[in-house]
Design a protein around this ligand. Structure first.
Ligand code: OAD
Length: 269
């Protein structure tokens, strides 16, 4: 990793796309998909619960897990990485945030126009008629260790309500996916933050950005499937790296001046 090249790419960036995964919310206390579950869901890994089959087989087990996740997100606060990403939006002429996360912490940190590739935790939909509704979380706190909670019925048609998220084996909604493809093709800096880069097709955006000529950077404390793809790997926590990158990104644009750059603090590696 050549430091002058890296810093120059950040400073000269005009069109920035940020692609986030569960790791960006880890420092807010939200478990990643690769973390083990405890209590009622201990025998399952999240990849077994986030499937249409699991919901068919045991809807109360899966709905209870989602209610617990909503509760966890509701109690969490955006961290320094979410805030840094929200600040980036004001530093360059063109910016797009794409997330695989179903939580709303990016929005709560101030990000706008976020593309949610895998849906939203706080929204549900009827399996029969497709009506959508807000799901703010459990009325009663989900007990430590988890609880089976039957999913509600649709007020309109009586069908079963499910989380409005993308499960394994399901296709991504087309409009967000197409917008994400455009933003990945059309940027000069592509930053991947806190993703293992193993879930497709989301992870293919990294290669798309690289092939389209963007400088690609990832922030992750662990090795990932994108290690051989990206130009620069920054090993460490998103909450530590992202605030250090902000003053550099777009530093040569008038936008950055308007956003109030104090000084560019070169990251230490
Ligand atoms: P994963 O759970 O696969 O990976 C989380 C990544 O975050 C790992 O690479 C960790 O090393 C990294 N990480 C952990 N703490 C971090 C921190 N503080 N700062 C930076 N990185 C950190 O999550 P995703 O890559 O988001 O899909 O997984 C992608 C998709 O797979 C999810 O959207 C979900 C999942 O199964 C669906 O539900 C369809």
């Amino acid at each position: 990793m050549s430091s002058p090249d890296f810093e120059q790419a950040l400073r000269q960036a005009r069109r920035v796309t940020v692609f986030t995964g569960a790791g960006v919310s880890a420092e807010s206390g939200i478990p990643t998909f690769r973390d083990r579950l405890t209590g009622l869901w201990e025998r399952y890994d999240p990849m077994q619960l986030a499937t249409p089959d699991a919901f068919e087989r045991d809807p109360s087990l899966v709905w209870g897990w989602y209610e617990w996740r909503r509760q966890t997100v509701r109690e969490a606060r955006p961290n320094a990485a979410h805030e840094a990403i929200a600040a980036l939006e004001h530093r360059v002429p063109a910016f797009q945030l794409i997330t695989q996360n179903v939580d709303d912490l990016h929005e709560r940190a101030g990000s706008t126009g976020v593309i949610h590739l895998h849906g939203r935790l706080m929204r549900s939909r009827c399996q029969r008629c497709g009506a959508t509704l807000d799901s703010p979380g459990p009325a009663q706190p989900v007990a430590q260790g988890g609880a089976r909670i039957p999913p509600p019925g649709c007020g309109g048609c009586g069908g079963r309500i499910r989380p409005d998220v993308v499960w394994f084996g399901e296709s991504l909604p087309q409009a967000p996916w197409q917008a994400a493809v455009r933003a990945s093709r059309d940027c000069d800096l592509f930053l991947c933050v806190g993703t293992s880069a193993v879930v497709q097709p989301a992870a293919s955006l990294i290669d798309l950005a690289r092939q389209s000529g963007a400088t690609t950077v990832q922030v992750n404390p662990q090795p990932t499937a994108a290690d051989d793809l990206v130009d620069h790997s920054l090993r460490g926590l998103a909450g530590e790296w992202m605030p250090r990158l902000v003053p550099l990104v777009g530093a040569t644009t008038p936008h950055a001046a308007a956003a109030g750059t104090a000084r560019a603090d070169p990251p230490r590696r």
